[in-house]
Design a protein around this ligand. Structure first.
Ligand code: FAD
Length: 289
């Protein structure tokens, strides 16, 4: 089933999982358990991340296959960095053989200490180029990333909007956002998108805060704003994971309930491969379906 068709009919609920490192989950039994548990929430789709440069490529495809075998719809992430058209075609072919119909086309990040530019970027330099290529390869539903508080490479909010418009021009039919903790930032971003003529659904990416130190690192990388209420929780529970987990579940439930009641196109939870916390968040905002 295509996500663009689903999202036309209703607000969607979806999850992101990532391929675990082989040393953590060699036979993928752990992620299979997580997916089985997450299935209880009846998600509309489950996205599977893709390591830049493709170092987890076979596992990402195996997990998309697992999502299908568990009766759910996968959204496979695909990063452009480092690929020639032929290489990208090979991966898209494997995804097609697996039964994947939905692809999130991404640029990917330049690895640290990656040397010369020409070794990093081959045939694709931005997500819109990959999106166009994926559309050209088959009848895929293609999504793109969006950044409510700006991408770290962006010189201004206008550039992010221009990139979104280019993605739409390349055949992207929906967006999934970077995580954010401040719903008013998302509301302002949605207004700017609408003002620029972007009518495609924008699915809100929500990451539950389960450990204060981990979130501090993520905030540093993503540059997202931390509202005062969350800031004081992070300070208070910096060394108290149990209390942070409880407060983080409550915070995410509040954020999701608020977005849902305002009619957001969809909620995409960055699960970090944790099912119990995600199911608890959904129970608290009455979204377990
Ligand atoms: P693009 O749309 O090409 O660019 C993103 C932004 O960067 C633009 O909006 C623009 O502001 C700025 N920018 C880019 N190029 C230029 C330029 N030349 N001049 C000025 N500004 C520029 N990464 C992974 O490796 N694997 C994943 O599975 C993955 N999943 C993701 C899922 C979501 C929902 C999101 C939001 C991000 C994900 N990422 C993933 C991270 C993503 O690859 C990085 O954020 C990357 O830096 C940008 O990718 P993009 O597709 O948004 O690129």
């Amino acid at each position: 089933m295509r996500i663009d068709e689903l999202i036309e009919k209703k607000q969607t609920l979806s999850f992101e999982v990532f391929p675990p490192k082989p040393e953590m989950d060699a036979d993928l039994e752990g992620i299979r358990r997580t997916l089985r548990n997450l299935r209880d929430a009846n998600p509309d789709f489950v996205s599977v991340t893709y390591g830049a440069g493709g170092n987890n490529r076979p596992r990402a495809i195996d997990i998309a296959d697992m999502v299908i075998s568990l009766g759910m719809i996968p959204l496979s992430h695909l990063t452009a960095i480092g690929y020639t058209r032929e290489e990208a075609l090979g991966i898209i072919g494997s995804l097609t053989d697996t039964g994947v119909e939905n692809i999130l086309a991404l640029r990917g990040d330049r690895p640290a200490n990656s040397g010369r530019d020409e070794d990093c970027w081959k045939d694709f330099h931005k997500a819109s180029e990959l999106a166009g290529f994926v559309r050209h390869c088959g009848d895929f539903c293609v999504g793109g990333a969006a950044y409510p508080e700006g991408h770290q490479d962006s010189l201004s909010g206008e550039i992010d909007i221009e990139f979104m418009l280019e993605k739409l021009g390349s055949g992207v039919s929906f967006f999934v956002t970077q995580l954010f903790f401040d719903n008013s930032a998302f509301a302002r971003f949605s207004d700017r998108c609408r003002a620029a003529g972007i009518r495609a659904p924008i699915i809100a990416g929500i990451m539950p805060v389960l450990k204060a130190r981990q979130i501090r690192r993520i905030v540093e990388i993503s540059g997202c704003n931390v509202p005062g209420t969350l800031e004081s929780l992070l300070d208070r529970y910096i060394d108290d994971d149990e209390s942070m987990r409880e407060a983080g579940i409550e915070y995410a439930a509040g954020q999701i309930s608020d977005l849902w009641s305002r009619g957001v196109s969809g909620i995409h939870i960055y699960t970090m491969n944790k099912s119990a916390e995600v199911l608890e968040i959904l129970r608290r905002c009455d979204l377990r379906r």
